[in-house]
Ligand binder design. Sequence first.
Ligand SMILES: [Zn+2]
Ligand SMILES: [Zn+2]
Length: 227
Amino acid sequence: MGRTPQKGMVYFDILEALRKSKVCILCDLEFSNIRRYLDNLLYEKVNDVGVRRDLSRSRGYCRRHAHMLLEFADGLGSAILYRDQVQLFLDFLKGLDSLPGKLRSHNLPESWNHEALCPACVTQARCRKRYVECLLEWLGEPHLRKAFDDSPGLCVPHLLLVLGQIRDAASRTYLIGVQVSKFSALVEDLAEFIRKQDYRFCGQSPGREKGSWQRAVSMMVGVKDVF
Ligand SMILES: [Zn+2]
Ligand SMILES: [Zn+2]
């Protein structure tokens, strides 16, 4: 007897995002997950031993997530986390003269930065995997498919990732077809936006092309702070 897959929370998160989101849903879901993770961290975990140990191993957050953390404007939480980081760097700097010459000069950035271990990146990667797998599992289901048809589609980085993992030929054909229509509409919107910048047409009221220049950037590179 074959497995009957159950629609879990991840499926319903995807469906809701497809119906509501104005951007790539995978960007949207990852962004809100990582914001919730950082919010929760600042709210109750800045003194957590495990959190601080992971941060010591990674030498802090990567540049992207460190700046996201700052956006919460939580002085105390950030100060507690970064006191550790500054102290760690200070210890590293003080010990630098005693390191062998080779490590001192050639491998200096690598010996300090461990971006691949950024705890927020690790969390985001797990979250990405969960959403991509679920999207692939349910892409043939009518409700999800209808919502996907009407959604803004996936950004280029997420689309390439999903296409790289898709095994089912029909789903692949479907996905490419939808994305072709999304990118075609975007090209038309950009052309219309450009046309209306001409002084002869600038009195015309804005239509679907409004904001297409911003949408084009987030479709090409993903939503800000996601990649
Ligand atoms: Zn995306
Ligand atoms: Zn990171």
